[in-house]
Design a protein around this ligand. Structure first.
Ligand SMILES: Cc1cc2nc3c(=O)[nH]c(=O)nc-3n(C[C@H](O)[C@H](O)[C@H](O)COP(=O)(O)OP(=O)(O)OC[C@H]3O[C@@H](n4cnc5c(N)ncnc54)[C@H](O)[C@@H]3O)c2cc1C
Length: 460
């Protein structure tokens, strides 16, 4: 069929396996489309912006961080709560709003700040990260996927003795296929990463994980797009087209209504990041998602030996420094401030100040490429991957601070779920009913299902 974007038409995708429409052309939607196509389905991606990867996936920290997967929800956070509200350069900043969604999310988040939920999230995320690493290995070895991937290792440096000692004590024994992590004193940190010499006097020590990786998330989005458009049954990637509603028929998914046309398909995957809540609410699906706004700058490197080659995390400021192409990507912070995507000048200035102090002589700070993105966060840090409760409608959302790391695994898992084939890992922990903290789970899950059912009835 010839494709004419100018003329809105109703379309029926070509049948090969199932016809699946994916809403959202960020890293999660594109990885999902890729693995669905690998398993023989026809796919169509609907993206509201004029290019793929321009939402939260655009200029993130570049970390493929399979071992540092602990969620933000942490009992230790309670003591820092006043600082969130009033601290100027706090890593996490809360600006309370007259927004019911913000308060609901915050309450659920605080409910998840307990040892049991945290341990459950870490266990679930570790399995998904492990599977993701396996799939990313396949992508990195494929010449179609040139996204600046490197296994450069991750060095977390500490400025406070208590935090350093607690991290040392918390080091898990390496699983058989993981490289062992090393605890380093300051001279060893500087031998490993000479670019740290300038700030050595501020450091207490570091922990190095040799098998962590780095890459350019936007470049991977573009590589997915190119590869999806190529081949015998190319995917349709519809840009500048907004999904406005999900239509049901006889209680199951029927079509996606966009601002241009109606797209009929056998199944639909919702992967549109923080905006998934609005699309699903009319169906009675109440996703526990809220934006955690983060920032990055990407100054050009002017002196190679002055910037790190391993990824460096400043644990005190919760900032990451990674070489991405010919730039130094500096990313961090989490603002709980709503859906505004603008790059707040004060936060960018804070990133710039730190970068200047650490690696200032090696980068051109007159060319920063300031950016802000909205991490689609669930209260307990676990993404929601799987059936929505409405037949034919699937969810792949809520990857928070780990979307780049978990994208391949989440896409692979969803493709296996949709095919009904053997699953690569236990998936029930990512089901929508697990998305509420354990204390609220029973009632919320039942409510979600009831809402789905009444929405189906309404759509008939
Ligand atoms: C500062 C920062 C640093 C980060 N660092 C890292 C890191 O180092 N490692 C890591 O693993 N993760 C990191 N993350 C997290 C990661 O970037 C996100 O988890 C990930 O990008 C989320 O991907 P997504 O596809 O779900 O969302 P998005 O990338 O936002 O994609 C959703 C897409 O859906 C589109 N869309 C929305 N509504 C509609 C609609 N109605 N119709 C059609 N299209 C629609 C949007 O335009 C968007 O392109 C970071 C995030 C930030 C903000």
């Amino acid at each position: 069929m010839e494709w004419d974007r100018a003329e809105p038409t109703n379309i029926k995708l070509e049948r090969k396996g199932m016809e699946v429409c994916i809403v959202g052309g960020g890293i999660i939607g594109l990885a999902t489309a890729w693995y669905l196509r690998q398993t023989g389905h026809s796919v169509c991606v609907v993206e509201s912006r004029d290019a793929v990867g321009l939402g939260a996936s655009r200029a993130n920290g570049g970390q493929l961080s399979y071992r540092y997967i602990a969620p933000l929800a942490d009992p230790a956070l309670f003591s820092g709560f006043p600082h969130w509200l009033f601290g100027r350069d706090a890593a996490v900043r809360l600006r309370p709003r007259l927004d019911r969604a913000q308060w609901r999310w915050l309450l659920a988040f605080l409910g998840a700040c307990n040892h049991r939920d945290r341990a459950a999230s870490i266990a679930a995320l570790a399995q998904l990260a492990r599977y993701s690493r396996q799939l990313v290995g396949g992508l990195a070895a494929d010449p179609r996927f040139d996204f600046g991937w490197r296994r450069n290792g991750k060095l977390i440096v500490y400025r406070e003795r208590r935090a350093f000692e607690s991290a040392r004590r918390g080091l898990a024994p390496a699983a058989t296929d993981d490289a062992p992590q090393c605890v380093l004193d300051v001279p060893a940190c500087c031998r490993l990463e000479p670019a740290l010499a300038r700030v050595a006097s501020q450091l207490i020590g570091g922990i190095f994980t040799p098998d962590e990786e780095v890459g350019d998330c936007l470049a991977l989005c573009r590589a997915f797009e190119r590869s999806l458009r190529a081949g015998e049954s190319p995917a349709r990637i519809l840009l500048s087209e907004r999904a406005q509603s999900i239509e049901l028929s006889r209680g199951r998914f029927r079509s996606v209504r966009t601002d241009r046309r109606r797209i009929e398909a056998d199944a639909c995957v919702i992967a549109n990041g923080v905006l998934a809540t609005g699309l699903l609410r009319p169906l009675g699906i109440d996703l526990p998602l809220y934006p955690l706004k983060g920032y990055s700058i990407s100054p050009k490197v002017v002196r190679d030996e002055g910037v790190p080659t391993v990824s460096v995390t400043d644990q005190y400021r919760r900032m990451v420094y990674a070489r991405v192409g010919d730039r130094l990507r500096v990313a961090g912070m989490a603002d709980i401030v709503g859906y505004d995507e603008s790059a707040h000048a004060g936060r960018i200035a804070a990133l710039t100040r730190e970068t200047e102090a650490w690696f200032g002589a090696a980068v051109d700070l007159s060319d920063l490429q300031p950016w802000a993105g909205l991490r689609p966060a669930t209260p307990d840090g676990k993404p929601i991957i799987g059936a929505s409760g409405i037949e034919g409608l699937w969810l792949n959302v809520g990857h928070g601070a780990l979307g780049f790391t978990l994208a391949a695994g989440s896409g692979g898992l969803l493709a296996a779920q949709l095919a009904g084939s053997d699953l690569p890992l236990p998936d029930s922990v990512f089901a929508i009913r697990q998305a509420a903290p354990a204390s609220a789970r029973g009632a919320a899950g039942a409510r979600d299902l009831r809402r789905c059912r009444s929405a189906e009835a309404g759509n008939r």
